[in-house]
Design a protein around this ligand. Sequence first.
Ligand SMILES: [Zn+2]
Ligand SMILES: [Zn+2]
Length: 363
Amino acid sequence: MKLVFLGTASAFPTPTRGVSCTALQHDDGSVWLFDCGEGSQIQLQKSTLKIGKISKIFITHLHGDHMFGLPGLLCTLANGQDPKMLEAKIIDIYGPHGLRKFIATTLSLSRSPLAYRIRVFEIIPRSDQYPENWNDWEVDHSLEERFKLPQEQEYNKIEYCSKIKGWKLMDQNNLVVHAAALEHRIPSFGFHIHEGETPGQLNVAKLQEIGIKPGPLFGKLKQRKTVEFEGKTLKPEDFVGPSIPGREVVILGDTCNSDELLNFTKCPDMFVHEATMENSLQEKCIEYGHSTPKMAAEIAIKCGAKFLVLFHLSPRYKPIDDNSEDGSAMTILKEAQEYISSKNSNMKVDVAHDFKEVVIIRG
Ligand SMILES: [Zn+2]
Ligand SMILES: [Zn+2]
């Protein structure tokens, strides 16, 4: 599993940073995209990732710096792929209510047919996520039936579940994804990706020593079942190593308060949080629904995160290079480091730049 940061700026793309787009590459090569700001497809082409490997797209919220690149990417995502394979290809797209209308409107007005099918899963925000002035803009976020895209295979609404204090988005192939509400100027979400345990290693040499050859008994032991062999009872704990815990990754959208993530995370391997402005600008930052390095580090420590990566920096902060001084992303990094050491935490921290890759190791 690997994270690839494709766009790490807030607001608008600059010559040195793209806007929000983060890829999670799984061990089988498939890629999930988190946000798709303007120009994300160029960033993808410059990266080590293959666009054709994208299987799911998650949008944290409907601000332009997180989704203006989506229609363009959807149009080119199938370029160069085998038409036969495309017949079976389905891309799942998750995001807040209104996302389906955005996709259908942009693609239908531009008469852009897709060579594959899509399934849209809209997260229906809780009523308290809407700002007081929400109705100042008369926008209907629902899509009229006549605008439905012919390539839309399926549409699902995902409602808030008070029992789990969040939204359950998917549970497949040993991966569970939840969304938690974040405080921002419009409904925004943080995604929690949790991989299930992997069965421990089978001690093949020990089994062969007592005369068991590879076959059904191997499978049963691996599934932690007790088996009988030539009158002897074989217990799985004697032949199978301990299960390997799954990885836990948290990728958040814009926020000035991400406490609801505490309902999901136990000890995330990777915690990707925005840090739009430095600590001295906290008041302004909160006014715009954003976080400072201190605010991000505070919640990451509360969640017990092992590694915090900060992103979504204001374009004023140039990426860190050999000559970096205060005023660059170095300011953001230093402020987070200072807070973390003041709390005697050993959480690692870094600031992402475009094309930064972080490997997440199992166990
Ligand atoms: Zn943003
Ligand atoms: Zn935003």
